[in-house]
Design a protein. Sequence first.
Length: 252
Amino acid sequence: MRKPLIAGNFKMFKTVHETVSYIGELRQLARDISAVDIVVAPTMTAVHAAAEAAGDSAIGIAGQNVHWEREGAFTGEVSAPMLREAGARFVIIGHSERRTLFGETNDSVNKKTHAALTAGLVPIVCIGETLAQRDANETLAVLDRQIKEGLDGCTGEQLSGMVLAYEPVWAIGTGRNATPAQAGEAHAHIRQRLKQWFGLDPSEQCRVLYGGSVKPDNIGKLIGHQDVDGALVGGASLDPGSFLAIIRGATK
Ligand code: PEP
């Protein structure tokens, strides 16, 4: 059985100081939780301090982005080995904000995913359709392309340890989330494709999170679907109390 995972994406919120104090509070609040894996993705400047603050607790730290080269003349970028050295164990790749605002493509997602795996980071690869694509009945075809091209060249063994996040773009930061039935349909389809392209065992081990306006009051219904293994949470992760309520609500 897959262990649920709840990941908080701070986006461009919280200073180093605020992040460290948040992690300290979350450590206390979540100290009795072992049935759910917890990940926090702070801003790049706070990754190291967050990892130090998380210490030997069960809170894993993630980067929100990564470059695919180890080093080089790429002003403003950070590599996977650098993130790993700073204390990250996970990295979010291909978030829809990166795709729409910073021109990321399935090809760059693929290169970043391989770089993360090589450096020993767990990629959290984001996929999901826009509203126009959903309205045009293209959701499943878009997901297929994002999985096929984004994970091209990954082995079944690599997929087993990986995390995917299904995030319908129209549900991110909008307060409008997919109904459990819509999320369930997409997740079942993703699981089926993973089975077809990577084999039964990897498809059953890879965790697929839902993301898009997840809150304490809707996590229960979403996690109720057998193919939803947790959530990638933006806005509601910024407060440790509401993040904790989502973590508690994710117990299967
Ligand atoms: C996200 O940032 O991945 C996200 C899902 O944001 P929100 O929960 O605010 O919709």
